[in-house]
Design a protein around this ligand. Structure first.
Ligand code: CS2
Length: 482
C-alpha cells in the first residue's frame, strides 16, 4: 500500500453551485455523465455542480469525502496507455439511508434543475415484463406510507411533492440507465406511485414534469483494490475512488427539459459532445441490442466456458465468430438503426472495444441482474426476429446460457455467485424442476421476466439449446452454432 503518496485534493478553483442531484453515484456515472457535465461547464458555464446520492451504502461517500469529492478517471487504451483526468464537478455525496431528509431537502431546492439517475435496471422497482411499478416491492410498500422514502421512485415523488407544495417548478428527471424508452419508463413509475399517494400530485407531475429519454454508452468495469494501488504508484497521489473506463463514450439525449427554467434548464451538453435529439429510440435500440445484448450473451456463455473477461471471451475465435454472427444474422436485421449510422461499421467498432485487453470487464459483473436485463437486451430482439420469421439460434443459446448460469453451478461443478433480485426464486425453481426440460419451463413461467407469449414461443428452441448446452458445454455449443 502506497501510504506515503499524498491524498488527492481539490484544486484551488472554486466549486460550482449545485444544479444537479444524481441518484446512484456509481462508477459509470462518474466516468460518464460527470465528465460531460464538467466539460459543458468548462465550455459554456452555468451552476451545474453535482450532489451525488447513494441510495444503499456509504462506501462511495466514505471514499470521496476525505478527498473533497475529487476523483480520477483513468482512460485505458488498447495499447496499455492510460490517460488520467481529475474530475471536480461533484460537490457533495449524501447517503440516503443515513439522512433521507437531507436528500429530499436538496432535491426540493429550486436551484436543482435536473435529477439524473443510474440506479441500474432493478432500481426503478418496476416489473421488467410490463414496465409498470411493482407495488409489492418492499421499498415501494414502505414509500407509500412514509414521507421519508427508500426507493428511487420514492425520492423522486416525495421531492416533486415538496416542489409542487412550495409553488416551485419540478426538476427534469434524466435517467441514464440501460432501459428501453427509459424516460417513459421512469415517468410511468413516478406517476404510478404519485397517483397512489395524491392523485393531484400525479396530475401536476404529468403536466409539468419532463422525463427525457437518453442513450448512454461507456464501458466502465468495477474498480478493484489493485487499481487503486497501481494508480498511487503511477500518479504520485492516492485516490481511494478512481474509476477506469474505455476511451469511447456516447450520450444521446432527448432535448425535453422543464420549460420553466428556460435556457437554464440544462447544461450545454452539446458543447461537451452529447447529441441532443428529438427521438432517442433508434439510438437506444442500436445500443441495447448491439452492445448490451451481445454483452449479456457473451457474459453467460463466456463465463460458462471459463472466460473471466469480455476481452478474453472475444479473443477466443469460437466466441469471436459467435458475436459477429449474432450482429450479422440476428441483431442488425431486427431493428432500424439511426439514419447516417453505418451499422456494420458500428459492429466492427464494438468488436474492437470488446477486444481492448486493458479493460478487464468481468463476465461475472455483466451477468448480474439478468432477470432485469434480458427483456430489453435479448427478448425483444428474439420477438422481432420470430415475428419476421427469422430463427435466432444464437440468442436462444444465450437465453439457455443464462438459465444454466442462474442454476448456480458452472461446468467444472464450482458454485457461481449469482447476483440477481430474483436469484432465490430462480434457484428454487431449478432445484425442484426434476429435469432439464422442466427447468426451462419453470424459468419461462416467471411472468416478471417472460410474457406468456414469449414463453410459448421460446419453449421449444430454448429447451433444445439448454439440452445441448448441458450435454456439450458452452464452448462446443457455441462452436456447433458457428
Ligand atoms: C454492461 C453495461 O454490466 C453490464 O450489464 O453490459 O454496463 C455496459 O458496459 C454499458 O452499457 C456500456 O455502455
Amino acid at each position: 500500500m502506497h501510504a506515503e503518496a499524498p491524498r488527492l485534493t481539490r484544486s484551488q478553483a472554486g466549486r460550482r453551485k449545485p444544479g444537479i442531484v444524481h441518484l446512484g453515484l456509481g462508477a459509470f456515472f462518474r466516468a460518464f455523465g460527470a465528465i460531460y457535465i464538467e466539460d459543458a461547464v468548462e465550455m459554456a458555464g452555468g451552476d451545474w455542480g453535482i450532489v451525488g446520492v447513494s441510495l444503499q451504502s456509504p462506501g462511495t461517500r466514505d471514499r470521496l469525502a476525505p478527498q473533497n469529492f475529487v476523483y480520477t478517471v483513468v482512460t485505458q487504451e488498447p495499447d496499455g496507455g492510460e490517460t488520467l483526468r481529475t474530475v471536480e464537478i461533484v460537490d457533495d455525496v449524501l447517503v440516503a439511508p443515513e439522512d433521507p431528509e437531507a436528500v429530499l431537502a436538496r432535491m426540493a431546492d429550486p436551484a436543482i434543475r435536473i435529477v439524473t439517475l443510474t440506479v441500474t435496471e432493478k432500481g426503478y422497482c418496476h416489473d421488467p415484463a410490463t414496465g409498470r411499478l411493482n407495488f409489492a416491492h418492499p421499498d415501494i410498500v414502505h414509500d407509500l406510507d412514509n414521507m421519508l422514502p427508500r426507493s428511487a421512485p420514492g425520492f423522486l415523488v416525495r421531492a416533486l411533492q415538496r416542489r409542487r407544495d412550495a409553488g416551485d417548478p419540478p426538476f427534469t428527471v434524466l435517467t441514464c440507465d440501460n432501459l428501453p424508452e427509459n424516460g417513459r419508463l421512469v415517468r410511468q413509475a413516478v406517476l404510478d406511485l404519485a397517483a397512489r399517494i395524491d392523485p393531484g400530485l400525479a396530475e401536476w407531475i404529468g403536466a409539468q414534469g419532463r422525463f427525457p429519454a437518453t442513450m448512454v454508452d461507456r464501458i466502465t468495469p468495477a474498480t478493484k483494490p489493485e487499481d487503486i494501488e497501481r494508480l498511487a504508484e503511477t500518479a504520485g497521489y492516492r485516490d481511494e475512488a478512481p474509476v477506469l473506463c474505455e476511451p469511447f463514450r456516447q450520450w444521446v439525449v432527448e432535448d425535453d427539459f422543464v420549460p420553466a427554467y428556460g435556457a437554464d434548464a440544462r447544461p450545454d451538453l452539446a458543447a461537451a459532445g452529447a447529441q441532443l435529439v428529438t427521438d432517442v429510440t433508434p439510438y437506444e435500440n442500436m445500443k441495447l441490442r448491439m452492445l448490451n445484448g451481445t454483452h449479456s450473451s457473451l457474459a453467460y456463455l463466456g463465463y460458462l466456458a471459463g472466460h473471466e473477461t469480455i476481452a478474453e471471451t472475444v479473443a477466443d475465435p469460437v466466441f469471436a465468430s459467435y458475436v459477429k454472427a449474432l450482429w450479422r444474422d440476428e441483431i442488425i436485421p431486427s431493428f432500424a438503426p439511426p439514419e447516417a449510422v453505418d451499422i456494420h461499421a458500428y459492429a466492427d467498432a464494438l468488436f474492437e472495444r470488446y477486444s481492448n485487453p486493458s479493460i478487464r470487464h468481468r463476465t461475472w459483473q455483466i451477468a448480474m441482474d439478468g432477470s432485469q436485463k434480458l427483456p430489453q437486451r435479448i427478448l425483444g430482439t428474439i420477438a422481432d426476429n420470430l415475428e419476421a420469421g427469422r430463427a435466432c439460434p444464437g440468442l436462444m443459446l444465450a437465453v439457455a446460457g443464462w438459465m444454466r448460469y442462474v442454476g448456480g453451478i458452472d461446468e467444472t461443478g464450482t458454485p457461481i455467485e449469482v447476483k440477481d433480485p430474483l436469484a432465490k426464486q430462480m434457484r428454487a425453481r431449478l432445484e425442484t424442476a426434476g429435469s432439464p426440460d422442466a427447468a426451462v419451463a419453470s424459468l419461462l413461467a416467471m411472468r416478471e421476466i417472460f410474457s406468456a407469449e414469449q414463453a410459448d414461443r421460446l419453449a421449444d428452441p430454448v429447451t433444445r439449446a439448454y439440452a445441448i448446452l448441458s450435454k456439450r458445454g458452452a464452448r462446443k455449443s457455441v462452436e456447433d452454432l458457428t
